[in-house]
Design a protein around this ligand. Structure first.
Ligand code: F0G
Length: 470
C-alpha cells in the first residue's frame, strides 16, 4: 500500500485520499524573483545555497531543520514559558514527554542537536577509539572526531546505491560491525552510533529486526548502543508501513519499542519535534547522566534549560505529542512520497525508495559528464535556484569534507542534491512546482558545466564554501 495520493483519473475510481490533519490559520507571504535577480543572488552567494538570503528564495527546501510550522497549541504553550533560571516548569513537561514517548529515564536539555552530540562525544569517546555508525552525518562525525574518535561506516552496502530498492537501507551490516569489533577489540569501540532515519543515505530507515540484532551484538561485547533520534518518528512510520507485524501498531508504540533497544539518544528537536530550536540528550545510566548533567552547565546552560528558553521547552513538549500522532506522520511522510512519485513517474534519477524527510536527486546520474571534483551536486542546487528560486542543498563531495589524516577530499559514492521538505509548511501545489522545476533542470542537463571551489573553510566546509562556474 502506498500512502501517497491517488493522482490519475484511473486511480480515482473508488479513491480514498488522506489530507493534512490541520487547516491554515496564519500565512507568511513569499517572494517571487526574476531570472536576472536570481543570477545576481547566486553569484553573490558563491554558488552556495547556504549563502543566499532567504528573502531571495521562493520555495525553501534547504532543510527540514527548525523550519516547521508550529501548531496553535504550541504557540499557546509559548505564552506559558516559565523563564526561571532553575527548575522551570517547562523543563519538567519536556522531561515527562521524552520519558513517555521515547522511554529514557534521564534527560539533559541542549540548545540543538549538535550541542547534544558535543556532550555525548566528549563523555564517551577516548582518544583513538572507534565509533562505528550507519553512515556519517556531518556534525555528528565532526564531534566524534574532535573528541579523538575514528568514525567507521558500517551501514549495509545497499545504502550506497541510489537505485537499490531495499526497504531498510539504514540498517547496520552486522558482519561489518562484528569484524570491526574483533579486529580492534571491544574495549576500543566507544559506542555504536545508530541514526534513524539515515539522513545522508536519503532519509532511509532502520528496521526493528536490525536494532534488535544490534542490541544482542552490543550485549555480547559489552558495547553501548546510542541512537540519533532526530528523525526517529519518521523511522517508526516506515516500520509501520514496511515491516511485518507492525501495520496495526500506533507509531508512538513502535517508536518506544525501538528506543527500548538502545542505551540512550541525542536529538535535534528542530526536526521531528516540530519546533524551531531545541534538542536533548537522554540516557538510562545514572552515572553517565551525572557526567552529562555536569558538562551541560559548562557548555549549554543549567541542566533545567540547556540553552533553551522555558517557552521553547514547552513548545517542544507539545510538539513531541503532536509528532507521534499517526495522522500527522502519515501526512508528513506522505507529502515527501508524493513529490518522489511525481519525479519517479517522469524518470528523473532520485534515491529510492524515497525516504522520510527529503527527495535526494542523484547528481551523478543527472550530470555523468561532470567529474565529482567539479561538484555536480553543488551545481545542481545552483541550477534549481536559477530556474525557479527553489533552494536545495548539496549532499556529496563538498559535504563529505576532507580526510583528517590525508587532507584529501573524501569521495562519497552518493553525490546528491537534497530537496528537504519542512513539516506542515508547504502544500501539494508547491510540490508540483518543485517537480516541474526539477524536470526543467533535468532537460537542460547536457549543457550544464561544473564548478571550481574558490574558498574552502576548514570545518563543515559546505556551509560557507564559495564556488565559480567553469
Ligand atoms: N543528526 C542528524 C541526523 C541531523 O540531520 C542533524 C541536523 C543533526 C544531528 C544536528 O542537529 O542541526 O540541531 O545541531 N541536520 C540538519 C539538516 C542541519 O539540514 O539535515 P542540529
Amino acid at each position: 500500500m502506498s500512502p501517497h495520493r491517488f493522482r490519475t483519473m484511473g486511480e480515482q475510481a473508488g479513491r480514498r485520499s488522506w489530507a493534512e490533519p490541520w487547516k491554515i490559520k496564519m500565512v507568511e507571504p513569499i517572494t517571487m524573483t526574476t531570472r536576472e535577480e536570481r543570477e545576481k543572488a547566486i553569484r553573490e552567494a558563491g554558488y552556495n545555497t547556504f549563502l543566499l538570503r532567504s528573502e531571495d528564495v521562493y520555495i525553501d527546501l534547504l532543510t527540514d531543520s527548525g523550519t516547521s510550522a508550529m501548531s496553535d497549541r504550541q504557540w499557546a504553550g509559548m505564552m506559558l514559558g516559565d523563564e526561571a533560571y532553575a527548575g522551570s516548569v517547562n523543563f519538567y513537561h519536556l522531561e515527562q514527554a521524552v520519558q513517555q514517548y521515547y522511554g529514557y529515564q534521564y534527560l539533559v536539555p541542549t540548545h540543538q542537536g549538535r550541542g547534544a552530540e558535543h556532550l555525548i562525544s566528549q563523555a564517551l569517546i577516548k582518544k583513538g577509539q572507534y565509533v562505528p555508525g550507519n553512515m556519517y552525518f556531518t556534525t555528528t562525525r565532526l564531534h566524534q572526531e574532535m573528541a579523538g574518535g575514528i568514525f567507521v561506516d558500517v551501514i549495509i552496502d545497499e545504502a550506497h546505491d541510489p537505485a537499490d530498492m531495499h526497504h531498510f537501507k539504514g540498517n547496520v551490516d552486522l558482519n561489518k560491525l562484528e569484524d570491526l569489533i574483533k579486529e580492534k577489540g571491544a574495549e576500543n569501540i566507544a559506542y555504536v552510533s545508530l541514526a534513524g532515519t539515515v539522513n545522508m543515505a536519503g532519509g532511509q530507515p532502520v528496521s526493528m529486526a536490525n536494532v534488535k540484532a544490534l542490541r544482542q551484538l552490543c550485549d555480547k561485547y559489552g558495547i553501548l548502543l546510542m541512537l540519533d533520534a532526530t528523525r526517529m518518528v519518521e523511522n517508526a512510520y516506515f516500520i509501520k508501513t514496511s515491516e511485518e507485524g507492525y501495520a496495526d501498531k500506533p507509531v508512538a508504540e513502535i517508536l518506544k519499542e525501538f528506543c527500548s533497544y538502545t542505551d540512550g539518544a541525542w536529538m535535534s528537536g528542530k526536526k521531528d519535534h516540530l519546533v524551531n530550536i531545541g534538542g536533548w540528550l537522554a540516557v538510562n545510566d545514572e552515572e553517565l547522566f551525572d557526567e552529562l548533567r555536569n558538562m551541560v552547565v559548562v557548555y549549554e546552560g543549567l541542566h533545567t534549560y540547556g540553552g533553551m528558553a522555558g517557552r521553547d521547552m514547552e513548545a517542544m513538549a507539545i510538539g513531541i505529542r503532536e509528532s507521534v500522532q499517526d495522522d500527522h506522520i502519515r501526512a508528513r511522510v506522505g507529502q515527501v512520497l508524493y513529490l518522489g512519485q511525481l519525479l519517479t513517474d517522469w524518470e528523473i534519477p532520485i534515491v529510492r525508495p524515497v525516504g522520510g524527510h527529503a527527495i535526494f536527486l542523484d547528481a551523478r546520474a543527472f550530470y555523468p559528464h561532470i567529474p565529482q571534483e567539479r561538484f555536480p551536486a553543488q551545481m545542481l542546487a545552483a541550477q534549481l535556484y536559477l530556474d525557479s528560486g527553489i533552494r536545495s542543498m548539496e549532499r556529496g563531495i563538498v559535504s563529505a569534507g576532507r580526510d583528517p589524516k590525508t587532507g584529501e577530499h573524501r569521495h562519497p559514492r552518493l553525490e546528491l542534491t537534497r530537496l528537504t521538505i519542512p513539516r506542515r509548511v508547504y502544500t501539494e501545489a508547491h510540490m508540483d512546482v518543485v517537480a516541474e522545476s526539477v524536470k526543467e533542470v533535468y532537460n537542460l542537463r547536457e549543457q550544464t558545466r561544473g564548478l571550481k571551489m574558490v574558498y574552502e573553510p576548514k570545518r563543515l566546509r559546505f556551509f560557507q564554501a564559495r564556488f565559480e562556474p567553469l
